[in-house]
Write a protein that binds this ligand. Structure first.
Ligand code: GTQ
Length: 373
């Protein structure tokens, strides 16, 4: 459209008249609505583990867990989303929190339409009870809490337990699908054998005939043990070449469907041998990473994010990224993503960075907002 037309007085008046009726002309706004490439408000960010852990332990001194507090969790608040007054925490779709449960405590039963995953960081002896089945948690395990299942957490051990919570809070909020209900008692009755789903389904190869008529599409396996994850990755390192973009990596799957372990939150573990430098690519899905072990950095759109054990960082949609393991040990990166949703909607795309042999120039080094003294 020509400027002359834009400036034409009759158009100016026309636009004002439209605006008075809460209407807009598509021909001046199409480019904002239907962008050539993904437009979003999510910036990358990184949180250091020492900072997270220090504040979480402080909450342990200050706050009792019970119906008043529901959960003792501090969550990642991506400043890019806060600044713009947008709904979203880690990314526009994904939330990550760090939860602390002390020996003897009970985080009371409730259910919500957000789906949740837990990745265990520290301690043992605590369990999550999902619809009446207790799953005991250990470092490195992934534990599922499918949407709208009753869940409470309890602790029969002697050491503090810390784990990561991943929920699709932004997604559900933007789709206006949130429902929440507290259970009438603190604890939902246990009706199933402890660790039952893990014991029945851990090999992923067999299903009891009594479960043939199982109707739910949620994964029948609720806990993915670190030992199995590590074995699968270790086998990969002996069997095949690393993926150029992800290194050696596995997606956690639902053994009943072969699809993602959780229907809405994708979960991946990647192993980067010492010295590995992946090539850059970008994809529509966003992710939140947690460094399980090792040290290195990730370059996101030319900015270097240095990480070590325990750190968390956000990968926004459609950003070039590549990982480098600078440590002497293998690095393990756990991540949650919104890929299942994008794939279901036919919106996922991926692109390799072609220039410079697949590597970005580093133009800046990220510094977290506040550094420890
Ligand atoms: O443990 O049920 O981090 O409901 C956020 C919401 C944890 C939980 C979170 C939750 C939970």
């Amino acid at each position: 459209m020509s400027d002359a037309k834009n400036l034409d007085e009759s158009f100016v008046r026309y636009y004002e008249d439209l605006a008075k009726e809460e209407l807009g002309p598509l021909w001046t706004n199409l480019g904002y609505m239907v962008t050539r490439e993904p437009a979003h408000d999510v910036a990358p960010y990184l949180w250091k583990w020492e900072v997270l852990r220090k504040h979480l332990l402080k909450a342990g001194e200050l706050l009792p867990v019970g119906r008043d507090s529901e959960r003792r969790v501090i969550y990642l608040q991506n400043p890019s989303l806060l600044k713009r007054g947008l709904v979203g925490y880690g990314t526009h779709t994904l939330y990550a929190g760090i939860q602390l449960l002390l020996p003897g405590e009970v985080a009371p039963s409730h259910r919500h339409s957000q789906t949740a995953i837990r990745f265990i960081i520290e301690g043992e002896g605590a369990f999550t009870s999902v619809n009446g089945e207790k799953t005991y948690m250990e470092r490195g395990d992934l534990v599922l809490t499918p949407s709208w299942t009753w869940h409470d957490h309890g602790h029969e051990g002697t050491e503090r337990m810390i784990w990561m919570d991943g929920l699709d809070v932004g997604l559900v909020r933007n789709l206006a699908g949130s429902f929440f209900e507290p259970y009438e008692d603190d604890v939902y009755p246990v009706t199933q054998p402890d660790n039952g789903s893990t014991l029945r389904y851990a090999h992923g190869s067999f299903r009891p005939v009594t479960e043939r008529k199982r109707v739910t599409t949620a994964s029948p396996l609720l806990s993915y043990k670190w030992e199995h994850t590590k074995d699968s990755l270790n086998n990969l390192t002996n069997l095949q070449e690393a993926d150029p973009f992800d290194g050696f990596a596995v997606d956690y799957i639902n053994p009943a469907t072969g699809g993602p372990a959780d229907a809405r939150i994708g979960t991946t573990m990647q192993q980067l041998p010492s010295g590995m430098r992946t090539k850059a690519h970008r994809h529509v899905h966003s992710a939140i990473y947690h460094v399980v072990n090792g040290s290195g950095y990730t370059v996101i759109n030319g900015e270097k994010f240095e990480w070590s054990k325990g750190d968390f960082f956000v990968l926004p949609p459609w950003c070039w990224h590549e990982h480098v393991n600078t440590g002497s040990q293998d690095a393990f990166l756990f991540s949650i993503n919104d890929r299942p949703v994008l794939e279901n909607l036919g919106l996922e795309r991926e692109q390799a960075y072609e220039e410079n042999n697949g590597h970005q120039e580093i133009s800046s080094i990220f510094k977290p907002g506040s550094l420890l003294p």
